[in-house]
Design a protein around this ligand. Structure first.
Ligand SMILES: [Zn+2]
Length: 294
């Protein structure tokens, strides 16, 4: 009986378990992306190897491009299968199309193939006077996904009725008329430079907008300030607190978190230091508006 469980050496076994730990979720050591999601929760996805420990969604375009390049090399060297590679590529193409559709719902393409069920969808829609081929491709694609959701994966007749009676017309109205240029695009993706006199292309380059100066994070959603204030700043904030206790104490008691209580003191300090700085003024005024007991 082989006691190595099929491993060539203890080193091999250790390397396997090290790599396995990386792909396990929920364990105490399992790495997670940790980005804040729009819902305010912490992203639990597995980080990609590229970038700074974020998942593919949150790593940003540069890391995502590097990830794709590395995956392609993995595919060429046989580390991942052709099926995995083509699934990932199809996913990327579908994402790109989705972005394109936000700009122009008439861009040709689709992200779903209903196969044999396509006939059933068409029969259903024909009975209601809807021509799939006349719809903007973005709307037709969405409709096919809804059909799959409510008629194939599960049966939800009321859901499908809602799609047809409310959502479909809203989507069609939003997409507006089929633009004339789309005909050109479909004909052969030709593009001619706009040479009219009023064309933007004729104008000289505009000066760059000044760099956006970031505030100090008051009331702004962003990474929380994690470093504790430095010793002399703490003294300074303490002084602000002592001198303006009657104003800040009730405001601070309305803050559940220590960081927020510090923000109140910093905002007041910045306002007192620079009473003519509009940003300092508006930060302080906004805090007062939000936190003063009514
Ligand atoms: Zn993430």
């Amino acid at each position: 009986m082989d006691s190595n469980f099929g491993f060539n050496s203890a080193e091999h076994q250790a390397a396997f378990h090290e790599a396995r730990r990386l792909t396990q979720r929920g364990g105490a050591n399992a790495p997670i992306c940790g980005a804040r999601t729009r819902a305010g929760t912490v992203c639990q996805n597995l980080p990609i190897r590229e970038g700074k420990g974020r998942c593919l969604h949150h790593a940003g375009p540069k890391a995502a491009r590097e990830h794709r390049a590395r995956t392609y090399q993995d595919f060429l060297s046989g580390k991942i299968s052709a099926g995995d590679w083509s699934r990932a590529e199809a996913r990327r193409a579908a994402n790109r199309l989705g972005w394109e559709w936000k700009r122009d719902p008439w861009t040709p393409g689709s992200t779903i193939d209903l196969g044999e069920e396509e006939g059933r969808l068409r029969a259903d829609l024909r009975g209601r006077g809807v021509d799939v081929d006349a719809l903007p491709p973005a709307v037709a694609d969405w409709l096919r996904w809804r059909f799959r959701r409510t008629q194939i994966d599960r049966r939800d007749e009321r859901g499908w009725m809602r799609v047809l009676s409310q959502h479909l017309s809203a989507r069609i109205n939003q997409a507006a008329e089929r633009p004339a240029v789309t005909a050109n695009v479909l004909a052969g993706r030709t593009w001619t430079a706009d040479t009219e006199a009023g064309s933007k292309r004729r104008r000289a380059d505009q000066p760059r907008a000044p760099k956006v100066e970031r505030g100090k994070g008051y009331l702004r959603r962003g990474r929380p300030r994690t470093q504790p204030p430095e010793a002399d700043e703490a003294d300074e904030l303490m002084r602000v607190y002592r001198e303006h206790r009657t104003i800040v104490a009730p405001m601070m008691s309305a803050c559940p978190r220590e960081e927020d209580r510090q923000l109140v003191l910093r905002a007041l300090r910045d306002y007192l230091d620079n009473p003519n700085d509009m940003r300092a003024v508006s930060c302080w005024v906004e805090l007062v508006r939000r936190l003063r007991p009514t």
